[in-house]
Design a protein around this ligand. Sequence first.
Ligand SMILES: Nc1ncnc2c1ncn2[C@@H]1O[C@H](COP(=O)(O)OP(=O)(O)OP(=O)(O)O)[C@@H](O)[C@H]1O
Ligand SMILES: Nc1ccn([C@H]2C[C@H](O)[C@@H](COP(=O)(O)O)O2)c(=O)n1
Length: 229
Amino acid sequence: MIIAVDGPSGSGKSSTARGVATRLGLRYLDTGATYRAVTWSAVERGLDLDDTAAVAQRARDLELEISTEPGNQFVIADGTDITAAIREPRISEVVSKIATNLDVRHELVRRQREIIDDAQPSGGIVVEGRDIATVVAPDAELKVHLTADQDARMSRRGAELESGAVTAEQLRDQIVRRDADDSTVSQFMVASDGAVTVDSTHLTLEEVIDVISRLAKEAEAVPRGRNDG
Ligand SMILES: Nc1ncnc2c1ncn2[C@@H]1O[C@H](COP(=O)(O)OP(=O)(O)OP(=O)(O)O)[C@@H](O)[C@H]1O
Ligand SMILES: Nc1ccn([C@H]2C[C@H](O)[C@@H](COP(=O)(O)O)O2)c(=O)n1
């Protein structure tokens, strides 16, 4: 089974997808981490991030290991554990440059599909990102468009960061500007065909996990191809 979760920044995709995978005994793939890993590597090597050919070559050359165990997430790039480093503001601030590089996307979608295929013998996988239902896994048994209003998304991200660590302007940049840039290459601000919209604005994380787990069980009961729309 493949469960695709797409939506804007701060809507709760990672926490929810990880929670659903844990609850249902499935694997979990954070595709955003793959874009962050390429960004980390390009920054570490001092590449010009506007040099699209050089960055795409880095994406192809990067040795990347990404965990699909929901309870033990790690990312290793060229032998270095970058699990924490890819979440640093210096990476979040520039990751959209890498995520809007179409040659990088081509390479990372290829790798994401390989990881998804490898997870099938263990029962399935919950995959979250921006283009999962539309590009990476259009045959997913369940497609969820996870949303929350902009104020909720900004305040969730603010609460997550150390108090006083970011200004309101930096917070807006991490949510609003990033979504505007990222949505030039993927359609995640609206639900794709066949996706169920879950608005998490007034739901707790547990409630969102409950809703999606229930939808997954319903989708599993319907043979592939009969649950479209
Ligand atoms: N339903 C919810 N209610 C309250 N807080 C939530 C809810 N869902 C997630 N959160 C919190 O909001 C923050 C952002 O969630 P998360 O990182 O899962 O979002 P995301 O959509 O994956 O963001 P991004 O795409 O920017 O990585 C986290 O601190 C998380 O614990
Ligand atoms: N399938 C995906 C996943 C992520 N991105 C972009 C969007 C972000 O700018 C960046 C990091 O994602 P995050 O960790 O914040 O979810 O990667 C994308 O374009 N497609």
